[in-house]
Design a protein around this ligand. Sequence first.
Ligand SMILES: *Cc1c(COP(=O)(O)O)cnc(C)c1O
Length: 367
Amino acid sequence: MTSLPTTDRLLLGPGPSPVSRRVAESLAAPPRSHLDGELVAILDRIRAQLTRVMRAPDDALVLAVSGTGTSAMEAAVANLVEPGRRALAIVTGYFGDRLSEMLTRYGASVDRLPVEWGQAVDSAAVERALGKHAYDIVTIVHGETSTGVRNPIDRVASLVRAHGALLIVDAVTSLGAVPLDMAGWDVDVCYSCSQKGLGAPSGLSPLAFGPRALAKRVACRSFYFDLGLLSSFWIDRKYHHTISAPLVYALHTALGEVEDEGLPSRLARHEAVHRRFVAGLSDRGVSLLPAEADRLWSLNAVRVPDGVNEAAVRAALLTDHSIEIGAGLGPLAGRIWRVGLMGSGATPENVDRLLVALDDAIGRAGR
Ligand SMILES: *Cc1c(COP(=O)(O)O)cnc(C)c1O
């Protein structure tokens, strides 16, 4: 009758991350419509949870866009960009490039600050770029999932602030996994997704607009992503779209798990699991692409050892061990594996299981 999957698969790629049993079960809670009192009460709680987990300032507008991380990216851009606005896109990989592309589509005149894939942006380079023109907007990716690099948002934010531009930060692979402090770093706009560090299914994406960004909004050309209309739904309870109740339940439960664990413990868990994986790789003579100081705990860009057939290893992991890891993108295709250890997937048991499976897959299929 149906053809749904029936076997478990350990999702250790660049996202989605595994969903805990509680989060999975919450998807089946009794449905409510999008304006039901019980549902909108959960939306209020999600806004409060997200404000805490993103460390958004109290006067920020915080909600979740119905869509994946890319929809929150688009909402951030669509509400701040119109023709004539000048933007600096810091491009450290695939997702920084996607942001740059979106800025262009919405009519900004865009300068790119390209950084070699696998490196974090150097704040001196940001300062030089900011000195050349007056920019309205600067965009940067916190955790660059294509390269496993974490960019220094705190340093970049203070430079951008000093130059009077707005800073949009992509926190899709960092939220819930590595430290992120929107208020403390004075970031203007921050967005994420549900299916990476937070451990929910994809489909609802956190978005926070700080006060300066709220004041500089443009007349949004997208109806679906119009922040005014979105806040009239989330806050004033006016119909805009039929938000998915199961996804609301799942995000609320996942955020509850983040807060039950405690954010500091959760971040420490991601760091410890990352270090365990790096140590296991190093015992096998395998290293990561980024320099140690620039590494993102939640996404490990593993250099494929010389002479190893990376696609055959991924295929063997999938078929023989039911473990999914990711391939390299763009210039890193064939050169790295992308291993996500995030959300409920970031456990020492998963690291150990993956290392044993990698030994087996490389031994049997890799050469
Ligand atoms: C995954 C990802 C996105 C896009 O998110 P989707 O949920 O796939 O739309 C954007 N930015 C970064 C850094 C990501 O890792």
